[in-house]
Design a protein around this ligand. Structure first.
Ligand SMILES: [Fe+2]
Length: 394
């Protein structure tokens, strides 16, 4: 098919060329590059084959497109395919298509006669690396093969680089994730210390913060609040009364009822807590809940008299949890009431003190859950943590 073995310096085992004396290094790999030569003309096939072998390549010959496909599918690793375009069965273009589908990194060089040049150019559009026009000189053949193999190597190296880059990014992301987890643990430890400090000052609240946090988390989950948001709400719930640190002991521990002046001072604990926490970046959002935890749904609460949706959802959930715990805990002046009594009271205040939407969900949760949480906290001295907030149920 137009191949001219007799031309000067052409593919002819008997004719030494400059290529032999000036032999280029094969690609940097531990094995010799393996080239699949596909041509249905025996003479052309063997001449290309032996020229390549003499230049140090490992060569496999295929007498047809079909045989080439069998070899490619048999698991033999090739570094390059050199194929004739016009063949009886599977032609060069079809072979190119199959190679590309199966091994996109494997370069294919088309071998063609002058009258097929249009097809050769078209094959490059379809992904062939290059083409060789028959008759070609042996040096041209070897150079083309080297260029194709170098190209393959560059592509592979860039692919490896990309992969190792992606691997590095994954590893770093994981490290960052662990660091964030550690940080979050230390946040929780810090918060617990803050809670303990408040308990020391105001013994009446002992255990209250942890219980109200557990109730708030359970209620927020039942409402379908996303886990990340629940963490913020939980921190707000846990620290809701932190502003009481700033309230004088004689007011905080006064056995009788407070004067209106004292009451005014006591009410400042929301704003005090807010200004304590809002400067701490990981508590800034929770600070909003601390600020509004005494607001009522109908606007009758404090400090702002916010109403309805103006009150952050976390604070609206907290309000129900807080009342639930207050009613079901002993007070110096009365014993604890039952969870049923708490349900009745919460239902009675739905729409006035509480968000009816939150109350509706609350009423669907059985008393057993609250009882379990309560005994878990008092029995096992459960630690404060937002870390085990599970993802919402599907
Ligand atoms: Fe409070």
């Amino acid at each position: 098919m137009g191949f001219d073995p007799a031309s000067t310096g052409s593919v002819n085992p008997q004719t030494p060329s400059r290529e032999e004396s000036n032999h280029r290094e094969l690609p940097r790999s531990s094995r010799r590059a393996r080239v699949l030569v596909v041509d249905d003309e025996p003479q052309v096939r063997s001449m290309i084959g032996s020229a390549l072998e003499r230049s140090g390549f490992e060569v496999e010959l295929a007498i047809s497109g079909r045989q080439a496909l069998r070899l490619l599918e048999s698991g033999v690793n090739f570094d390059l395919v050199l194929t004739d375009i016009v063949m009886q069965d599977v032609n060069g273009l079809a072979l190119l298509e199959r190679v590309h589908a199966q091994q996109p990194d494997l370069p294919v060089v088309m071998v063609t006669a002058v009258h097929d040049i249009g097809v050769a150019i078209d094959s490059m559009r379809r992904g062939a690396y290059d083409y060789l026009l028959k008759p070609f000189e042996r040096e041209h053949l070897i150079n083309t093969v080297h260029r194709a193999l170098d190209h393959r190597q560059v592509m592979q190296e860039s692919q490896n680089y990309q992969q190792s880059l992606e691997q590095m990014v994954r590893a770093r992301t994981e490290m960052l994730h662990h660091a964030m987890e550690d940080l979050e643990h230390s946040y929780d430890v810090t918060l617990e210390a803050l809670g303990d400090a408040l308990d020391l000052k105001d013994s009446e609240t002992e255990g209250h913060s942890k219980r109200v946090t557990a109730y708030t988390i359970a209620l927020a989950r039942a409402m379908g609040i996303p886990p990340e948001e629940i963490k913020v709400i939980a921190r707000g719930a846990f620290l809701h009364d932190i502003g009481k640190m700033a309230i004088p002991d004689e007011i905080l521990r006064k056995p009788g009822s407070l004067t209106s002046e004292e009451q005014e001072l006591m009410r400042e604990h929301c704003a005090r807590g807010y200004s304590m926490l809002r400067k701490i970046p990981f508590l800034a959002e929770a600070a909003e809940i601390v600020f509004s935890h005494q607001e009522h749904f109908d606007g009758s609460g404090y400090p702002k008299g916010l109403r309805g949706q103006e009150i952050p959802i976390g604070a609206r959930i907290f309000a129900v949890a807080d009342t639930l715990d207050a009613i079901t805990s002993d007070r110096p002046y009365r014993k604890a009431h039952s969870f049923d009594a708490a349900r009745e009271e919460i239902l009675r205040c739905s729409g006035s003190q509480f968000d009816p939407g939150v109350v509706e969900i609350f009423l669907k949760i059985p008393n057993e859950l609250w009882q379990e949480l309560r005994s878990e906290i008092s029995g096992q001295n459960r630690r404060y943590s937002t870390f085990d907030i599970p993802p919402p149920e599907a």
